[in-house]
Write a protein that binds this ligand. Sequence first.
Ligand code: C5P
Ligand code: MG
Length: 163
Amino acid sequence: MTHSHTLPYRIGFGEDAHRLSGGRPLILGGVPIPNAEKGAVAHSDGDAVLHALADALLSGLALGDIGQYFPDTDAAHKGLDSAVIVARALELVRERGYVPANVALVVTLDRPKLGPLRAAIAQNVALLLGLPESEVGVSFKTSEGLAPEHVQTRVTLLLVRSA
Ligand code: C5P
Ligand code: MG
């Protein structure tokens, strides 16, 4: 597929969910959640924030999704640090002359409360994208008990043409 990207701005959107199970770490936005009773069941590190972020970067330029670049059937990707996935997606975006300008993300998780980790998650996502922390909005929601064994993240972002 030939891509011709000329718009000055492009919106990206990504989503990811994982089942939660006891005895596993929960990592969100690269931040280990210290008091989580359950963690993500996943082939990689199960970081739903970084997976959704990588998909948002790719979707902004219609570059497909992370499954095409990091298939979960590939043994080489077992336990993969999701920061590597984000770095690759960011590289693909930059190669096409765009950079992220701001990001908004929502994590839906019943327990534990994530409010105390808001700044840590925003800082780490900002670092991965080369943005100031002020450009990363982080929101948390419960599922109101509808999905207690589930973590879900949605990410939208703005890409700006830089070259
Ligand atoms: O989903 P709900 O509106 O009931 O969430 C209420 C508030 O609880 C949210 O606005 C958010 O600040 C906080 N929250 C949290 N950690 C979660 C879920 C929600 O800090 N895992
Ligand atoms: Mg995932």
